[in-house]
Design a protein around this ligand. Structure first.
Ligand code: ZN
Length: 474
């Protein structure tokens, strides 16, 4: 056994881990391809038997490891307050020994719909390698996350068959569909999910050369604002210029949402503060496709705007299409407003602040109705627990370069559910994606060397945790 009892970063040598992972990798690469052929789209309009098949695939692979003495189960929970059940999740548990901690490894086995197949250069559900990348729907998000957990666990037991570490593999089946039964699942299966450390493998790295720990995610909220001015439509020649149509106050309300520079003008929506890496306007223009002459919005460092500040976007309007327009004063018009909530602010509170702002001082006394359609919480890792340093030193060892802390402008609301249900656990958000992964888009792909490094990182982390609890440093 290559485990020593010296200080924790040295307890397991990275070469031992690399060797163990290299031996397992060809088999897990094939498993990933087989897994990615299963069209496990969790949307109700797709064939749901495929989601069941992918859950069975995960359960089978977990059972084959023969280390889960607490069992491997496929479980369902009701969605929200309804009696309808959500998609199948897989939970496998191994109890810790001698007071060692338990690490929960999270990923999801469902995938986004493929979208228009004609936009794919290779078939979405036929994993195809080109150069260092494997293309296909879900090969990265998040089937590589699932496989990286399985491979890291097998590597751990190759390196240290006697590890006292407790382990939970938790693979959800509806993340892409908004995890409607997730909160209930956590409550129902609490006894199986109890853990000290939660590793979420569903985020990305700074690049294919530099690993990252995701330390913040913005939350989100969606609000619908409806404006009414008349009890029926009117001829614009008869009454135009004397009574307002609904669009007039609506555009004024929407116009209040931003300052002149495009930053959010709603008092009470807070920002967070955290250092951000360098990101130039040139890169921003290239990556976003911003047109010549159009200026970016907001102020501060670009990544600070995306990671640490709120943003508001009007994402839909209910008004006649231009092709169906006529000379009419509209009695009613609606807009859908999407809010990204800065880390550190409660999403429901932020939605309330925005709802009040939209409804206050209605222009021309128009009737304004605001509905909060939904919200998801932000995440901010504030922990200084030693496992944070430990995962970073495993990243450094596996990648041979210092990792960076990143924020993410998007949202993974289920992480807040974890934090709420297990307030004592440290949540580490990692992932196998890189900036070219194109998760959710056509031609999604996995960078294969990144996949290997992610497995090495995790195996090194788990082996180190196990060794440290078997031989606590004096
Ligand atoms: Zn994902």
């Amino acid at each position: 056994m290559s485990v020593e009892s010296s200080s924790h970063s040295e307890t397991v040598t990275i070469d031992t881990v690399r060797e163990a992972v290299a031996k397992l990798l060809p088999r897990y690469r094939l498993a990933l391809e087989e897994f990615a052929r299963i069209e496990s789209v969790s949307w109700p309009s797709f064939d749901q038997s495929q989601v069941q098949r992918s859950a069975e695939f995960v359960a089978g692979a977990a059972s084959a490891l023969e280390i889960f003495d607490g069992g491997v189960a496929i479980v369902h929970a009701p969605m929200g307050d309804s009696t309808e059940l959500g998609q199948p999740a897989v939970i496998a548990r191994r109890e810790p020994k001698n007071g060692a901690p338990t690490v929960l490894l999270y990923a999801h086995h469902d995938v986004q719909p493929p979208g228009d197949e004609s936009n794919w250069e290779t078939p979405a559900f036929v994993p195809t390698q080109k150069g260092e990348r494997l293309f296909g729907r879900g090969v990265a998000d998040d089937k590589a996350g699932v496989i990286s957990h399985l491979a890291a666990i097998e590597a751990l037991f190759t390196i240290d068959p006697e590890t006292p570490l407790g382990l939970v593999l938790f693979v959800e089946g509806e993340e892409e569909y908004g995890s409607p039964s997730f909160a209930n699942l956590l409550k129902d299966q609490r006894h199986l999910l109890e853990a000290d450390v939660i590793i979420v493998a569903d985020s990305g790295n700074w690049s294919t050369e530099i690993p990252a720990l995701t330390v913040s995610l913005r939350g989100n909220a969606t609000l619908k604002v409806t404006v009414r001015t008349l009890d029926h439509a009117l001829h614009s020649g008869m009454f135009g210029g004397v009574v307002p149509d609904a669009m007039m106050p609506l555009v004024r309300i929407l116009g209040r949402l931003h300052n002149e520079d495009g930053s959010v003008a709603v008092p009470g929506l807070t920002s967070s503060s955290a250092p951000v890496p360098e990101y130039s306007e040139k890169t921003l223009r290239e990556e976003s496709g911003l047109l010549d002459g159009v200026s970016p919005v907001g102020h501060g460092e670009f990544l600070d705007r995306i990671w640490n500040q709120p943003s508001i976007t009007v994402i839909g309007l209910d008004a006649p299409a231009t092709s169906a327009s006529s000379n009419t004063l509209l009695p009613e018009a609606s807009a859908m407003v999407s809010l990204r909530v800065a880390p550190g602010q409660d999403a429901q509170a932020a939605a309330g602040v925005l709802a009040e702002f939209l409804a206050q001082n209605p222009p021309l006394g128009a009737q304004v109705e605001v509905e909060i359609v939904g919200s998801g919480s932000a995440f901010k890792m504030e922990s200084t627990h030693e496992v944070v340093g430990r995962i970073k030193s495993s990243m450094k060892a596996a990648w041979d370069v210092e990792p960076v802390d990143i924020g993410v402008g998007g949202s993974i609301p289920f992480i807040a559910d974890f934090v709420e249900e297990f307030p004592g656990a440290v949540v580490l958000v990692t992932g196998i994606e890189d900036p070219d992964t194109r998760a959710h888009s056509p031609n999604e792909s996995l960078h294969l060397p990144t996949f290997e490094k992610a497995i090495i990182t995790q195996a090194h982390f788990l082996a180190g945790m196990g060794a440290a609890s078997a031989h606590p440093a004096g």
